[in-house]
Design a protein around this ligand. Structure first.
Ligand SMILES: *Cc1c(COP(=O)(O)O)cnc(C)c1O
Length: 422
């Protein structure tokens, strides 16, 4: 089967991302290292741009999937907007060269300071997730003498049929305002002089492999938009969130065009700008985590390949029991194939990156954990005082260090040893 990363290939036994050998990346930058393909990101973005070329549209990259400044800069150059969930992410977008007026701000707990920051920067829209947040944004905008552009994130109560931790549009989820309450909230917002009602938003979950739930959510949202319009509340954009899934193992996600087809057929020639907030589908299969086998442990019941990456670098397997393909960087004819669990050095039984993989390995071998471009680095931590990995962007035969590897000194910098007089 082909690799899920479209720009990954094997030539003369060696894995290459675009035109760069992963062996060379490990030799130059060390391991563990996240390696991203610029071409794969551009191609993923182009798939959205092409599918949406017939309608007024905007793609707002979901920053939380991979918030490296170089990645954000790449999407900004392609004309993307951004979906953010914190003031920190807004600062990243601006530092990367993104435009504030193409930023939508989601999240259930925006602080007063974050709201002020976003108002001062002049973002495109706040996606409001509760009645309390409506009051908070109106009060802050009014105090600052500004008008806040707002949308409500509605919860359409459809089941996205994905992992429960990444379902967000069910009644029981913390996200969005209840669909039946939304109409009244829009009337309230329209009466507030410090607010400008600008759009509507909805995001039902992540790693979606079926176009039906999104089309169903869109149907509900469009019905509400029409009712609001009858009431004299006209919206300028309709944001249907992110969520399109990718292939990690043997999934067969629809193409962007097939995913959006039912929805676009229903959308017709509406005048509102149709927005999406894809994260995973833009970057997930543009990245991998390059790691080195520290040692092999052959046991009675199990064989372990202990590698220099761990759950602090890539949390998804420990968190969601997620699958990442584990591919040796060099093929090795002489080693025996054994069934391995690929584990990190962290003191947790949950510290595994892949389980029960048949691989021919030797100490010091390099392994690429594929599909690690989304929710990899952004979910990483310093657990066990492990400096975070480096990030390298590949474009053709060029490489760019997008993040230096952390050092223990950089980790200790924010801490203070107990002074003798305390
Ligand atoms: C996480 C998130 C996204 C991106 O989801 P993906 O599954 O990565 O496409 C988009 N919008 C909102 C509001 C989110 O929370």
């Amino acid at each position: 089967m082909s690799f899920p990363i479209p720009t990954l290939s094997r030539e003369q036994g060696e894995l290459r991302l675009e035109d760069v050998a992963l062996n060379d990346i490990a030799a130059r930058f060390g391991t563990p290292t996240f390696v991203y393909s610029a071409r794969a990101m551009r191609e993923a973005y182009a798939a959205y741009a092409e599918a949406l070329s017939g309608v007024p549209s905007q793609v707002c990259y979901a920053v939380k999937a991979n918030s490296n400044l170089a990645v954000l800069g790449l999407f900004a150059r392609l004309g993307a907007g951004f979906d953010i969930v914190s003031g920190g992410e807004l600062a990243r977008v601006l530092a990367a060269g993104g435009q504030a007026d193409r930023v939508v701000f989601s999240g259930v707990g925006k602080s007063a300071a974050e709201i002020e920051q976003a108002l001062s920067a002049g973002i495109q829209c706040f996606n409001i997730e509760s009645r309390a947040e409506l009051a908070r944004i109106a009060a802050i905008a009014s105090r600052l003498g500004r008008t806040a552009p707002v949308a409500f994130r509605v919860n359409p109560a459809v089941d996205p049929k994905t992992h429960p931790y990444i379902s967000t549009g069910l009644r029981s989820n913390k996200f969005g305002v209840d669909f039946d309450e939304a109409f009244e909230l829009y009337r309230e917002a329209a009466r507030q002089p410090a607010l400008r009602v600008s759009g509507i938003a909805c995001h039902i979950g992540s790693q979606l492999l079926d176009p039906a739930p999104v089309a169903e959510a869109a149907e509900k949202v469009l019905g509400l938009v029409d009712r609001l319009s009858d009431e004299g509340i006209a919206l300028d954009h309709i944001d249907l969130g992110g969520g399109l899934g990718i292939r990690y193992d043997d999934e067969s996600p629809p193409s962007v065009a097939d995913y959006l087809a039912p929805l676009l057929a229903r959308y017709g020639t509406r005048r509102e700008t149709l927005c999406f907030e894809p994260g995973r589908s833009l970057v997930g299969n543009a990245g991998l985590l390059l790691t080195k086998v520290e040692l092999l442990k052959h046991g009675v019941e199990k064989n372990f390949a202990v590698v220099d990456a761990a759950m602090n670098d890539l949390a998804r397997p420990a968190l969601y029991d997620a699958y990442h393909a584990a591919v040796p960087v060099s093929t090795r004819a002489e080693a025996t194939t054994r069934r391995y669990d690929i584990v990190g050095p962290i003191c947790e039984s949950g510290d595994f990156l892949a389980r029960e993989r048949d691989l021919a390995l030797a100490d010091g071998d390099l392994i690429a954990l594929l599909s690690a471009g989304a929710y990899g680095m952004t979910m990483s931590s310093n657990y066990n005082t492990r400096p975070r990995a480096a990030e390298v962007l590949v474009d053709g035969s060029r490489t760019f260090v997008a993040r230096d590897r952390e050092t223990v000194a950089s980790l200790l910098r924010h801490e203070h040893a107990l002074p003798s007089d305390f």
